[in-house]
Design a binder for this molecule. Structure first.
Ligand SMILES: [Zn+2]
Length: 161
């Protein structure tokens, strides 16, 4: 059998369908791209704080009105369930810090379904877009996931008794 000829004829047969495949592959790659400049800094290392507590947890839950911030209808609408978990947008296991700007309030279902992947650009942008409609006046809707002195203070302060 002439493998070279077989390969050539296979490639010729595939040629018409290659452009659509390449387009789909490119589309899938673009869908998984992160948003530049928003994730945790590489030099930051893993945050010793694993979970949200004290002020950081209170702020994350309260600015969401204790309602889930997860997406429904292809990231257009907002989930209607009550929030039960303060979740890391950039996963803790991938260097996402436990700070308010990296936190979101999620219901049980959204929290369970969220993988340990870094969120792609559209996840972050649609979350910020939804937030504009329910965040309190003056609250920052941006997901930044970078540690600042203000963020550190908020999470070490004990809640009011
Ligand atoms: Zn939800």
């Amino acid at each position: 059998m002439d493998w070279g000829a077989l390969l050539a004829s296979t490639l010729t047969g595939l040629a018409p369908v290659l452009p659509p495949f390449a387009a789909i592959a490119a589309f899938l790659l673009v869908l998984r791209c992160p948003l530049p400049g928003r994730g945790p800094h590489r030099s930051q290392g893993q945050d010793p704080w694993r979970g949200f507590k004290y002020e950081s947890r209170r702020i994350v839950m309260e600015r969401a009105g204790h309602r889930c911030e997860g997406a429904v209808f292809l990231a257009w609408g907002r989930c209607n369930e009550p929030a039960v978990e303060a979740d890391h947008i950039y996963p803790w296991s991938r260097g996402g810090p436990t700070i308010v700007s990296n936190g979101q309030a999620l219901c049980r279902g959204h929290n369970r379904n969220k993988g340990a992947m870094n969120p792609p650009w559209w996840y972050v942008l649609t979350l910020e877009r939804r937030r504009r409609s329910y965040f309190p006046e003056g609250a920052d809707v941006r997901v930044t996931a970078s540690m600042t002195a203000h963020e550190v203070r908020a999470r070490t302060k004990a809640p009011p008794v």
